[in-house]
Design a binder for this molecule. Structure first.
Ligand code: 6LW
Length: 514
């Protein structure tokens, strides 16, 4: 039986961690160079989720204003103890290092965070022993210096959370079966056993979940004889890269695992437009060991339609994102429109005047109506400053000029069209490729860039989406689709999102399929 829906939290939501507190589940994910950081999702049934806030809503909480792309917020863990929520995370590239934030209300506000001296690694987990001893278990990846990229395995220290320091030298714990990157450790207690769940194999196609158990949180730990207990590697499953999991109690008292995965599209070589998303699967207990079920695709059937009409709303919804600064530091609602003033930066810069939201569906349309009578602006999808595409409008002569732009590292292409003067409708439409043995079928999703004004509509181009995927962008993130300005002030009437999924159980190479 597939526990779904899957994806559970669609779109760019990697490295999920989850906790049950009182009568609800709370889940957090990574956000890298984006602000606000560390979204907090809430569910009362482990099925439907709403984003109730973000942990980091003040730049000083993360200090990621200048982090290189791909660094920033890596793999938070959320835990609940005695009425207080704790989120522990490492922020590579920021002076914050390994930091613990607390709050009594997970929707916020969260505190400024306490940096933990003596925790030198990534993916920190937080657990407490009966006597209140707090343990931080983490992945000893060396992030700087001559040993950059070296790995000290899974390590652990007892910490003083108030003083913000480790109370001892790190101890080596169990680090998996020898695959690369033993990471994302989580300690879970069940009966007389402590279970250490880790990811290994790296976040790509070889990703997997392995588990060990011991009688004490400090170990020694003994690995499951058949590790990794979960991996999609070399399988025809539509959800790949599965790993980085966190165990959780289910509404019926059972156990499930939330984890990251990707939905690649295409042929034998496949491409994942949305990057690493959050999935869920059931866990059976076999001889005292957790046995996760394979992660099955079960997208929500209903179409998602979200309209932000700036005549009646602003940027207070917690799902808005900006690059290295807050959305409200980039844009503001004035006169019933969202105004973004350019500073000559573009999407190719590290601090674009851009506010956006995660693309959450493989079939999607994002549309806006922009007034460029006083500036230049548009609609774009960003993976990072090297990899993006979009539509940019400006007033020219008596009309409007719209330019579609496509950028990948080292390559740039533009397509231009002229339209009548006045407000311009801009649309980015995506869909999975048609099946078959065609270039399209072997590629990624299809991306249409469309503009309309004064009753005229033009498709400026259709792109092969393979070039804007986690695989080709070598990215930790996913597509963020948003509004931007480059010069003057562009004002936007709305941001309209429509997304849907086909239950495409496409399992290339599966024996017996068809
Ligand atoms: C995260 C690590 C990983 O810290 O990638 O997928 C890093 N694995 O666990 C960033 O997501």
């Amino acid at each position: 039986m597939t526990r779904g829906p899957n994806p559970l939290v669609p779109g760019f939501n990697p490295d999920p961690s989850i906790v049950l507190a009182d009568d609800a589940w709370y889940l957090v994910t990574s956000t890298f160079e984006y602000l606000p950081g560390i979204p907090v999702y809430r569910s009362t049934d482990l099925v439907e989720w709403i984003q109730v806030g973000n942990v980091a809503t003040r730049p000083e909480q993360l200090l990621i204003g200048e982090v290189p792309t791909g660094l920033g917020v890596w793999a938070p863990t959320i835990r609940y103890r005695e009425g207080t929520f704790h989120v522990i995370v490492t922020v590579p590239g920021s002076p914050k290092g390994c930091v613990v934030y607390t709050a009594t209300d997970p929707a916020g506000p969260w505190d400024d965070g306490t940096t933990l001296e003596g925790v030198d690694g990534i993916d920190p987990d937080l657990a407490w022993y009966d006597d209140g001893t707090a343990y931080v278990t983490y992945s000893g990846l060396v992030l700087a210096g001559p040993n950059l990229g070296k790995h000290r395995g899974v390590q652990q220290v007892r910490v003083d959370l108030t003083a913000g320091k480790a109370l001892e030298e790190p101890r080596d714990l169990w680090s998996g079966t020898g695959l690369k990157f033993p990471e994302a450790p989580h300690l879970h207690r069940r009966g007389d056993w402590w279970y250490l769940v880790i990811a290994e194999g790296g976040t790509e196609r070889g990703h997997g979940v392995s588990v060990a158990r011991g009688r004490s949180p400090e170990g020694p730990f003994e690995g499951h004889p058949a590790n990794p207990v979960l991996s999609a590697r070399s399988t025809p499953r539509p959800i790949q890269n599965t790993g980085h999991g966190d165990l959780i109690q289910t509404p019926d008292g059972g156990t499930a695992l939330v984890l990251l995965g990707m939905r690649p599209l295409g042929g034998t070589v496949a491409f994942s437009p949305l990057g690493r998303e959050t999935f869920i699967t059931d866990v059976a207990w076999v001889d005292g060991w957790p046995q996760p079920e394979p992660v099955e695709l079960a997208p929500r059937a209903e179409v998602e339609e979200t309209v932000f009409d700036f005549a009646t709303t602003d940027l207070s919804d917690p799902g808005w994102l900006a690059v290295r600064r807050l959305p409200t530091d980039v844009a503001m609602v004035t006169g019933g429109r969202l105004a973004i003033t350019g500073d000559d930066s573009t999407l190719a810069d590290t601090h674009p005047r851009f506010v956006g939201r995660r693309q959450r569906h493989l079939t999607s349309t994002v549309a806006t109506r922009v007034d460029v009578s006083a500036g230049t602006g548009g609609l774009a999808a960003r993976y990072d400053e090297h990899s993006w595409y979009g539509l940019e409008a400006r007033t020219h002569g008596g009309g409007s000029t719209v330019t579609a732009r496509a950028r990948v590292p080292g390559l740039a292409q533009d397509w231009t069209a002229t339209l009548p003067a006045g407000e311009v409708e801009l649309r980015i439409e995506t869909r999975p490729p048609a099946r078959g043995f065609t270039v399209e079928a072997m590629g990624g999703d299809r991306i249409r860039l469309v503009a309309a004004a004064g009753g005229e509509e033009v498709q400026l181009t259709e792109l092969d989406g393979r070039f804007w995927t986690a695989e080709t962008c070598a990215s930790f993130t996913g597509r963020v689709v948003g509004l931007y300005a480059t010069e003057g002030t562009a004002t936007f009437a709305d941001y309209r999102y429509r997304g849907s999924e086909e239950d495409t159980q496409y399992r290339p190479g599966e024996v017996g399929a068809g």
